[in-house]
Design a protein around this ligand. Structure first.
Ligand code: DGT
Ligand code: CA
Ligand code: CA
Length: 584
């Protein structure tokens, strides 16, 4: 199905024509694009069956637009549109998306200030060159600055930890609005799809899919665009609507009938690369796969479509969990029935990295324990910062001993096992931040780099290798040191780190803080080939952080990990064999 691709062609042409101040065509092109995008049947199929005559029967598509579609389907491009693109400055479509900027203004900016791209425009605003321009002025300069900020926010990738709760919220708000007494639409099948369902570490936009009969679809869309958090409606149709929320996130909602729900869920979950590969499998087996269903080639007969499971099954594949759908070998593995049995939330028995008021945590030791027990955990490790972490209120040896006493006391009142741990700094020479006689007494030592991030690769590698060779270190915390959107991973030779860690039986942390997600999926996949084991930890700084586990779990699953690969799925008795110093 190439309807969206064809629609995109006309949207782009419309933008450029508008810029060139052609009066009526942009409107006609946009209308056609919308009709094509929302047309239930494959435009390509209509053309191959009925030729141009079939196309002109679609409302909004006249002779000349049909000619363009035919040319595009035959040759992969439209000569006229290619010429248009050559004449327009390359930044035009982007500038058209800035609120308050129409084609006339863009032309004026280009002719008078030589502003051709978004970055030119930002420079011009910063230098206050717009306020003297006829038709602009100081107020409009300010408004444009705000519009650019909003545009950039809505185009920046957002953290999984922000997108996931937001999607949950929107889905439940939409459900209750639809199911209210005035609307009475039953939305029992609604789910987030796209990169969010694959639990990618960052999300471009939030995609939501809902099932409803055709007659109900518009009602669902009415509910969606009128949600209180919606700031701007980009597009509203009966199958797809798109909005921008007040805080800048873009949400796409698609509504499909029951017979296509599974096919749409599969398609819009992606990834695009997985879908392309899956479509090839379909073709090889004499089928055709689209977001509407799985069909016998050259026929309208749908053989699967209402559930994802039946689509994979009909293609001769084991069901592939969304986190694996990145075209990293999952389709071959599904064909051979060798997919991993991924670690699940219910497998996790404890959390091995958390802070309390003793260092930089916001909650008391007791509160953290209570919450962990309420989550059903069998054990936790309390790992406040070591003494060199002055900014994080790192603990002197004496304070640590006070904490041990409190742990001993509290242990009597709780069923959950409380491990005495520490997040110990790996100092610049690779040594650990407590003397051996203290390290020896800790049940779990989580080693972490918190300084000297700019070390050259060789020095950083030697530093971490030294720490991994230290018999008292158990876990390497957030091994790459990156902070999403803020700080790159430090330069380090991971091959060497993984090799030495494996030799010494050290555990790699998967840190679940939304700003870290470290190790990331790629590094997890790589580390696993060294035979390493992992722990998924929250690095909690407050009780509310304990639920971050789901994000780390997502990365572990994206890294193909099974229960056996993750030590905090082990029962307490077996954990003792991993951390040999454990003495409770
Ligand atoms: P994002 O939003 O950048 O984090 O990534 P996604 O994966 O959510 O991508 P998005 O929102 O553009 O599209 C949602 C899904 O729709 C995507 O995962 C797969 C499917 N899709 C989008 N474009 C194409 C395409 O050109 N071909 C195929 N086969 N699938 C596509
Ligand atoms: Ca998306
Ligand atoms: Ca999307």
């Amino acid at each position: 199905m190439r309807n969206r691709e064809i629609a995109e062609l006309f949207y782009e042409a419309a933008d450029i024509l508008e810029y060139q101040q052609v009066e009526w065509k942009p409107r006609a092109y946009r209308k056609a694009a919308q009709m094509i995008e929302n047309h239930g049947e494959d435009i390509e199929k209509i053309y191959s069956r009925e030729g141009k005559a079939g196309l002109t029967e679609i409302p909004g598509i006249g002779e000349s637009i049909a000619d363009h579609i035919a040319e595009y389907l035959e040759t992969g491009k439209v000569e006229k549109f290619e010429k248009l693109k050559e004449k327009a400055p390359s930044g035009t479509p982007e500038l058209m998306e800035i609120r308050g900027l129409g084609s006339k203004k863009i032309k004026k900016l280009s002719d008078t200030l030589d502003v051709k791209t978004l970055s030119d425009l930002k420079d011009a605003i910063r230098a206050h060159r717009l306020r003297r321009l006829e038709g602009f002025g100081e107020k409009s300069e300010e408004n444009l600055a705000k519009a650019i900020e909003q545009y950039e926010k809505s185009h920046a990738r957002i953290a999984l930890g922000k997108a996931l709760p937001l999607a949950d919220e929107i889905i439940s708000a939409l459900k209750s609005r639809c199911e209210s007494r005035t609307s009475k639409v039953d939305l029992s099948k609604i789910i987030y799809t796209g990169s969010l369902r694959r639990l990618k570490e960052t999300i471009g936009d939030i995609d939501i899919l809902a099932e409803a009969e055709k007659e109900e679809a518009l009602k669902v869309m009415d509910c969606f665009v009128s949600l209180p958090d919606v700031e701007q409606v980009i597009l509203k149709g009966s199958t797809k609507s798109s909005v921008i929320l007040r805080e800048g996130t873009v949400i796409d909602l698609r509504v499909v009938p029951p017979e296509s729900y599974g096919a749409a869920l599969q398609y819009f979950t992606g990834s695009k690369e997985h879908n392309i590969e899956l479509r090839n499998v379909a073709i090889k087996n004499g089928y055709k796969l689209s977001e509407y269903g799985l069909y016998l080639k050259g026929s309208d007969k749908q053989i699967a479509g209402s559930s994802e499971e039946e689509i994979y099954e009909r293609l001769g594949l084991a069901y592939i969990p969304p986190e694996l759908r990145e075209n990293r070998g999952e389709i071959k593995a599904a064909a051979r029935n060798t997919l991993p049995k991924l670690v699940e939330a219910g497998d996790l028995r404890g959390d091995l990295h958390m802070h309390t008021e003793y260092s930089e945590g916001k909650d008391t030791l007791k509160t953290m324990i209570e919450k962990a027990e309420a989550l059903g955990y069998e054990y936790i490790a309390v790992t406040d910062h070591s003494r060199s972490q002055k900014v994080a209120n790192g603990m002197e040896v004496e304070e640590l001993k006070v904490q041990w006493k409190e742990i001993d006391k509290l242990s009597k009142n709780f069923k959950i096992k409380i491990l005495k741990g520490s997040e110990v700094d790996i100092l610049k020479d690779g040594s650990l931040d407590y003397p051996d006689e203290i390290l020896k007494k800790l049940d779990v030592v989580v080693g972490a780099v918190h300084s000297g991030f700019a070390f050259p690769e060789k020095r950083m590698t030697e530093r971490i290798v030294t720490a991994l060779e230290n018999e008292y270190l158990d876990i390497l915390a957030h091994p790459s040191g990156r902070l999403l959107g803020k700080r790159e991973a430090y330069a380090v030779n991971f091959e060497k780190v993984f090799e030495v860690a494996a030799e010494n039986g050290k555990i790699m942390e998967i840190n679940s803080q939304p700003s870290r997600l470290d190790l990331n999926d790629e590094l997890i996949l790589r580390a696993k080939t060294f035979g390493l084991k992992f722990c998924i930890s929250t690095d909690s700084h407050a009780v509310s952080d304990l639920t971050y586990m789901r994000y780390g779990l997502g990365q572990a699953r994206r890294g193909w990990l099974e229960k056996e690969d993750v030590v905090n799925t082990y029962p307490y008795s077996r954990l003792k064999q991993v951390f040999k110093k454990m003495n409770i």
